[in-house]
Design a protein around this ligand. Structure first.
Ligand code: ADP
Length: 257
């Protein structure tokens, strides 16, 4: 059984469907990217997976004992959040859910979880700093560490690199890839950068007028993938899927090889 199975989902608001007959599954360990044009329903789908919105039809089944509360979520950052007046450590710790929130203090175990998450994100040296004084990339690492405290199995990331400069973007992608490869965390990411999505993901869900779900290689051959890659995202014709020399996946282009 897959980690997450969506069967004939209909999604929408106030009785009006945005997406219909959406079926796909996510396996444990996947690096799963959701792509599609603006307004196609990517965020709606993610919020439905988190149990924040009820599907209008169809069903979502979790395998391997997964509960929606075990899915960590990194929403798109708002300007308000960027000004949040708290220390890095406090923000990371606030990701630790308490089953029985009776006392206002964090347990030793939760503090260890937070420290572990900060170590993984390489932000331990910033623990006492104020969040609002950090750079955009550092802030994203803090929020990722916070999401890691909430859940160590699955992370849902909504455009985690938007607004970051190219160098910091590349570092963020590296950190996320490490979480997937080393920590075996299933990554579900909304991405508007198709080039990056096909570089890092093993599977792609394309939503829009028509729907595709499958591996990256098949996506680039599909009518959805070809149209989206070349006409919407302006990737060069002939962009294709390659194995990197170290055996990892990646996208390449005929012209460079
Ligand atoms: P994407 O993330 O792909 O850009 P969204 O899931 O944000 O798309 O939005 C899909 C559609 O749903 C859009 O037409 C948007 O206007 C509509 N929508 C989003 N949120 C709401 C809401 N809370 N109530 C009603 N319609 C909404």
């Amino acid at each position: 059984m897959a980690l997450i199975t969506c069967d004939k989902l209909s999604l929408g608001y106030e009785g009006k469907a945005i997406l219909e007959d959406l079926s796909f599954s996510i396996e444990s360990g996947d690096y799963f990217c959701i792509v599609g044009e603006n307004g196609s329903g990517k965020t709606t789908l993610m919020r439905t997976l988190l149990g924040l919105i009820k599907p209008m039809g169809g069903c979502i089944t979790f395998g391997e004992g997964l509960k929606s509360s075990q899915i960590g979520y990194l929403p798109q950052q708002t300007t308000l959040q960027k000004e949040f007046p708290a220390s890095v450590r406090e923000i990371v710790l606030s990701g630790c859910r308490s089953e029985k929130r009776i006392h206002p203090f964090y347990s030793k175990e939760q503090k260890n979880t937070a420290q572990d998450a900060m170590d993984k994100m390489q932000i331990s040296h910033l623990a006492r700093k104020s969040y609002r004084e950090l750079s955009g990339g550092q802030q994203q690492r803090v929020l990722l560490a916070r999401a890691l405290c909430a859940a160590s199995k699955v992370l849902l990331l909504d455009e985690p690199v938007s607004g970051l400069d190219p160098k910091v973007t590349a570092e963020m992608y590296e950190v996320i890839e490490e979480l997937n490869q080393k920590e075996k965390i299933t990554i579900i990411m909304i991405s508007h950068d198709l080039g990056e999505a096909i570089h890092y993901a093993n599977r792609i869900l394309h939503i829009g007028n028509s729907i595709f779900c499958g591996n990256v290689e098949d996506y680039l051959q599909s009518k959805e993938g070809r149209y989206f890659a070349h006409h919407v995202c302006s990737l060069p014709e002939g962009t294709h899927f390659l194995r990197k020399p170290d055996g990892r996946k990646g996208a390449g282009h005929d012209g460079h090889h």
